[in-house]
Design a protein around this ligand. Structure first.
Ligand code: ADP
Ligand code: AMP
Length: 217
């Protein structure tokens, strides 16, 4: 089983790759962004608490996220691909403590390296199936029919936080609060850089190559 963190800014392609690789590794994608959006959709207390932070492009407070993540991971024995968590040093420390308690390994931390203008281009052209999390791009990976998912024929949505002004804020928040995790994971020797500017299939190959030698059995 694998236990992997996908680290990188919004729009780097973490969700896209997690969805592709889930089946190959039999591991579960855990996207804290998707979980929060489901809570909002269902109108839970957690969803209501998170709403204002998400709409502003800010991070939801660590204590809320860590508690939510612990519940989602369960016993973690199927393996996991973490997409969008951890996003701060306290979250990374909480993850380390949790994995130690559950005797689960962290196989690798893949750093999705990208450039800001490409991220803005990707995010403002992103369409998502809110029911499954499948991601499209109106330029590089459009659905067969505009606004409709190829899989379930249901509507695709554009996320409100993918508007240009919120995108800029989220990228700034990444630099200030999440980028320090690069050093954190460099120190643990787990960090593997991936050139995420490449097309989806090339990024996938780099990830498989990176995990090849480190897959825990
Ligand atoms: P993240 O989960 O890191 O925020 P996504 O996986 O949602 O990013 O991808 C953001 C947008 O970029 C989506 O519209 C997706 O289709 C597109 N995308 C993902 N990977 C690539 C790539 N390698 N090249 C071009 N576009 C991509
Ligand atoms: P994402 O879908 O990963 O782009 O996340 C969307 C939004 O959800 C972020 O802009 C944050 O407001 C919130 N969020 C998701 N994951 C986290 C996290 N690990 N820590 C704090 N906030 C998060």
């Amino acid at each position: 089983m694998i236990g992997v963190v996908f680290l990188g800014p919004p729009g780097a392609g973490k969700g896209t790759q997690a969805q592709i690789l889930e089946q190959k590794y039999g591991a579960r994608q855990i996207s804290t962004g998707d979980i929060l959006r489901r809570h909002r959709q269902a109108g839970t207390a957690l969803g209501k608490e998170a709403q204002a932070y998400m709409d502003r492009g800010d991070l939801v407070p660590d204590d809320v996220i860590i508690k939510m993540f612990e519940a989602e991971l369960g016993d973690g024995t199927k393996g996991f691909i973490l997409d969008g968590f951890p996003r701060t040093v306290p979250q990374a420390q909480a993850l380390d403590a949790l994995l130690a308690r559950l005797h689960l390994p962290l196989t690798a931390v893949l750093l999705f390296k990208t450039e800001r203008p490409e991220l803005i281009k990707r995010l403002t052209a992103r369409w998502t199936n809110p029911r499954t999390g499948r991601v499209y791009n109106e330029i590089s990976d459009p659905p067969k029919v505009r606004g409709i998912c190829d899989d379930d024929g249901g509507e695709l949505v554009q996320r409100p936080d993918d508007r240009p002004e919120t995108v800029t804020k989220r990228l700034d928040v990444y630099e200030a609060q999440t980028a320090p995790l690069i050093d954190y994971y460099k120190r643990s020797g787990l960090l593997v850089p991936i050139d995420a500017m490449q097309p989806v299939e090339d990024v996938r190959k780099q990830i498989v190559a990176a995990l090849g030698s480190s897959v825990a059995s």
